[in-house]
Design a protein around this ligand. Structure first.
Ligand SMILES: CC(C)(COP(=O)(O)OP(=O)(O)OC[C@H]1O[C@@H](n2cnc3c(N)ncnc32)[C@H](O)[C@@H]1OP(=O)(O)O)[C@@H](O)C(=O)NCCC(=O)NCCS
Length: 187
């Protein structure tokens, strides 16, 4: 199995109408038998967020089809878990409260993970990421690009040159979140 330590994160606004408990049909279609046992103790959107996070991480390195049931949560604790897709696996971390669930793939401990309520000024997950990156670089030189193909991970550039940092973005309902990885040598 290949251990993936690339960034991928997903936030779920628990008060959003989308976050109602899903139908039995959805559960049967999206969650394996093993995962359905976790639903006795966990919110289904937590499992979903783990799948989306791993999908976002894996898409940086492999061509991954659009098939949620193939991303299987194997272990689930209150703050972490593990997930498998074919020959790839990852650990993930969980931050859950009454308002939101945030899941992210475990990367280097010094990488940045943040989540925030989006401001009345219509700030976005991109603004949250830019705010963090501007601690290290001049903000006006940083761009978050989307690559030519739709459905690609965001790409960070500094004065037009791709940066070593890897960024994952997520937004749902009232909240936005990001994960920024700096340590490429460990991969
Ligand atoms: C890409 C995808 C995961 C986005 O998730 P989402 O919950 O709809 O939306 P989020 O706000 O959490 O994430 C959106 C961000 O993901 C990022 N993203 C988009 N495509 C991506 C990809 N292929 N790889 C990594 N990140 C990607 C983008 O930064 C995007 O934000 P932006 O449009 O502002 O740049 C989703 O739209 C998708 O295509 N899913 C495929 C379904 C699937 O098989 N999922 C895996 C198992 S459930």
């Amino acid at each position: 199995m290949k251990h993936i330590t690339l960034p991928g994160n997903d936030i779920v606004d628990l008060k959003d109408p989308d976050s109602a408990f899903p139908s039995d049909r959805f559960i049967q279609r999206v969650f394996s038998t093993r995962e359905q046992k976790f639903l006795l103790q966990s919110n289904p959107w937590l499992l979903w967020a783990a799948k989306e996070s791993f999908y976002k991480a894996l898409r940086r390195t492999a061509s991954v089809p659009f098939s949620p049931v193939l991303f299987e949560v194997k272990e689930l604790g209150s703050t972490r878990g593990t997930i498998v897709y074919e020959k790839f696996f990852a650990e993930f971390q969980i931050h859950e409260n009454a308002e939101w669930i945030h899941v992210w793939i475990t990367t280097h401990p010094r990488d940045i993970v943040c989540s925030a309520e989006l401001g009345p000024d219509n700030s976005t997950a991109r603004d949250i990421a830019l705010g963090r990156l501007s601690h290290w670089y001049p903000r006006e030189q940083i761009r978050i690009e989307r690559e030519a193909l739709a459905g690609s991970p965001p790409l960070l550039t500094l004065s037009g040159i791709p940066m070593a940092e890897l960024l994952s973005l997520s937004h749902h309902g009232r909240f936005g979140a990001c994960q920024i990885s700096r340590n490429l040598t460990a991969r």
